[in-house]
Design a protein around this ligand. Structure first.
Ligand SMILES: [Fe+2]
Length: 191
């Protein structure tokens, strides 16, 4: 992820098998997320602060809903505001980073997001598995996800076995029940 250090993310819900996640993107002051596009749709709802895209004239403040059209490049800007920027995002699939000439420059998907979360939670002492409680699986996708992890090989094969084990516990549960913890520094990913 290539945001400025002022930008952070609090994970809420993660679906590894659908390559999809929900989070609250936050910035305590001015901040930036590098230019990118999404092959799939993205939805956002502004909780507080002020933000927008360099490529557009509009700015979003509390209560504003934003839809990101698939394939459209944008650079997210958090503006100075009396309240921190807090935006609920539903992201599907990867972010494709864009170079200045418009060519792709790598990607960031749910697996990168999970790795970032694991590193962060280990660093703050909550443990690498802390993020697992936010994983939600659908019955149809679980076997595909395990296969995918196995094909990736190496350390990912271990992850695949862990997923398989956890699937036994998680299948059949509803994909809802997100907790409403207050935002705490230790639960927030700083990229
Ligand atoms: Fe985006």
């Amino acid at each position: 992820m290539y945001p400025s250090p002022t930008v952070s993310s609090r994970p809420l819900w993660i679906s590894p098998s659908q390559n999809k996640w929900c989070d609250i993107l936050m910035a305590k002051g001015a901040g930036l997320v590098n230019r990118h596009y999404h092959p799939h749709e993205v939805f956002a709802y502004t909780i507080s602060g002020k933000w927008g895209y360099l490529e557009h004239d509009w700015t979003a403040t509390a209560g504003d809903f934003v839809y990101e059209t698939p394939g459209e490049g944008h650079t997210l800007v958090a503006y100075e505001h009396k309240d921190p920027m807090k935006v609920f995002f539903q992201v599907k699939g990867p972010l494709i980073w864009l170079k200045e000439d418009g060519e792709p420059d790598g990607y960031f998907d749910v697996h990168n997001y999970i790795a970032l979360c694991r590193d962060h939670y280990e660093k703050v002492g909550l443990g690498r598995d802390y993020i697992d409680k936010l994983f939600r699986w659908s019955r149809l996708n679980i076997h595909a996800a395990v296969d995918h992890q196995r094909r990736a090989g190496g350390e990912a094969a271990l992850v695949g076995r862990q997923i398989e084990h956890r699937a036994g516990n998680l299948i059949g549960r509803a994909m809802t029940a997100e907790r409403d913890h207050p935002v705490e520094e230790g639960r927030t990913i700083h990229a």
